[in-house]
Design a protein around this ligand. Structure first.
Ligand code: ADP
Length: 502
């Protein structure tokens, strides 16, 4: 049995390839990593694109590089697992393989007016109940429509069956298999706003509403599935998995059972909870999507998102110049005994779950003559934890299940101050695993399952190893006081912009 798995992690800012080895104990050990930055294209305010060719080229470049750097032959790799930025939309010509336009990235707001129109037309309840999502420019549906509306001749070509649509996983699979396989997985499909998560098939009504022909959509499979094979340096390797990044991270954190959840502290924060086989819709601004796994019928996850998580630390560094490195925020925050009454609401791009307020903007409250930079740094870190606590409250409201512990990952989870404050705000233990590359790890496990390198999820669960446990120490009164002040600050930051100012 070949013991190596190659995880391809195609993210918003970079393409990465991480090589894992299954040790005899069953542990997945990281043996190498290669990364390449991806060019961000901003054609106008609020628009974000990537070059789809660059996505593929950078991904294959890092794949080859990690093999060469580690000296592992491609013939020793048992499978490739793909994990990717979700919702980003690519449409290409089936014959030439050429994209008809740059990839429209999930962050791109160009279809916001189209979304407003759909809401005005009364589409929201149907979309909520059948896709688990809100109508928003994030999701792929209106991005495809935009391409078909705006690229001359595109809709006619699509109806003639000449064009294909894919999220990034689909594009990579299609290219890696030399145009033989046009497929996606449940997790990515469930973020398009075109996929019915109840019937687990493309939704004809939504396709009709958006005037998108079904021929251009990929076939949908479980995340752990042999999608096809690709040839790397002369060796034929199966593509054993595809999964959207957040669901892959949930899998990498071994959250396989109902009620198990994780929070990722990257640029934004994403808290996902496994709902098992039972679909549940949120009335607190959470989204319902499909989970990664190997079952023919996918399970459900509930997801809450914070737009600005670790990014608030980047802001301290790059815009305010208060720190030189993100990691220094921990030291400075600990120099003051408390936040000194300062509350920062980092609503730089509006607020996500549970508020969904695109008119909110960042605000800094409680400044006095005694406020110093350490208070602001501390308030910035605290804001990440408060926002995550809001996600946990929304989850509790929807599922009735309080968190008994929270697994964490992502760049900012390295921050001890933040993790301790998070445990205090949640009043439950925060568990940080040894391997924090959980997105790539999840993709590797899913691919490994597909080829039998791990037998089942129980086999994988045993491999989750705790690095640090943060227990709550704060008293209830202090916590409530801080949360009350946070919510007061949030309410004042809301609906700051007028519609015409956005
Ligand atoms: P993404 O995958 O979204 O690019 P990462 O998981 O790589 O994000 O995390 C990067 C983010 O985490 C950045 O926004 C950075 O500011 C923040 N970050 C990284 N290290 C720390 C730290 N020690 N303390 C606080 N924030 C951090």
């Amino acid at each position: 049995m070949k013991r190596y798995i190659l995880a391809l992690d195609q993210g918003t800012t970079s393409s990465r390839a991480i090589l894992f080895q299954r040790c005899p104990s069953g542990e997945a050990r990281m043996v190498g990593c290669a990364q390449k930055e991806l060019t961000q294209i901003y054609p106008q305010a609020g628009w974000v694109e990537h070059d789809a060719e660059e996505i593929y080229a950078s991904q294959t470049e890092v794949m080859i590089r990690v093999l060469r750097e580690t000296g592992i032959a491609a013939s020793e790799v048992g499978a490739i697992g793909i994990t990717n930025q979700r919702e980003t939309t690519i449409v290409w010509d089936k014959t030439t393989g050429r994209p008809i336009h740059n990839a429209i990235v999930w962050q791109c707001r160009r279809t916001a007016p189209q979304c407003e129109q759909m809401k005005a037309d009364g589409c929201e309840p149907y979309i909520r109940e059948n896709t688990g999502l809100l109508i928003d420019a994030y999701f792929s549906g209106t991005k495809i429509k935009w391409l078909l509306d705006n690229i001359p001749g595109a809709r006619e070509r699509a109806y003639r069956g000449e064009l294909l649509f894919g999220t990034v996983d689909t594009w990579l699979i299609w290219r890696l298999t030399g145009g033989k396989v046009h497929a996606t997985d449940y997790t990515n499909a469930s973020r398009t706003m075109l996929f019915n998560i109840c019937t687990q098939s493309w939704d004809e009504n939504i396709l009709y509403e958006l005037d998108i022909p079904k021929y251009m959509l990929p076939d949908v499979y479980p995340s752990s599935h042999i999608f096809g094979t690709t040839v790397v340096e002369g060796a034929e390797i199966p593509i054993g998995a595809a999964a959207g990044d957040q669901q892959a991270a949930l899998f990498g954190q071994a959250c396989f059972d109902k009620g198990e959840g994780k929070n990722t502290y990257g640029t934004g924060c994403f808290l996902l909870m496994n709902l098992g086989k039972q679909m549940c819709l949120s009335s607190h601004g959470m989204l319902t999507s499909l989970s990664a796994g190997s079952d023919k019928r996918a399970g459900y996850v509930m997801e809450g998102s914070v737009f600005v998580g670790g990014a608030v630390v980047q802001w301290l560094r790059d815009e305010l110049g208060l720190i030189d490195r993100a990691a220094d925020s921990e030291f400075f925050a600990a120099q003051v005994p408390d936040n000194g009454g300062v509350v920062l609401v980092p609503a730089f791009t509006g607020l996500g779950t549970p508020y969904w307020d695109m008119y909110a903007r960042g605000t800094l409250f409680g400044l006095t003559r005694g406020t110093g930079r350490n208070h602001i740094i501390r308030a910035a870190l605290e804001s990440i934890a408060y926002q995550s606590r809001d996600l946990a409250d929304a989850l509790l409201g929807d599922t009735g299940m309080p968190l008994t512990s929270l697994k964490v990952d992502g760049g900012a989870s390295a921050n001890q101050f933040l993790m301790q404050f998070q445990a205090d705000m949640l009043d439950c233990p925060v568990l940080r695993p040894e391997i924090r590359e959980t997105t790539a790890l999840g993709a590797a496990y899913l691919a490994g399952l597909a080829i039998g390198l791990w037998e089942n999820t129980e086999d994988i669960r045993k491999q989750w190893v705790l690095e640090t446990r943060f227990d709550p120490h704060m008293g209830g009164e202090e916590r409530e006081q801080l949360l009350e002040r946070w919510h007061r600050a949030v309410s004042r930051s809301r609906e700051w912009l007028r519609q015409e100012e956005i």
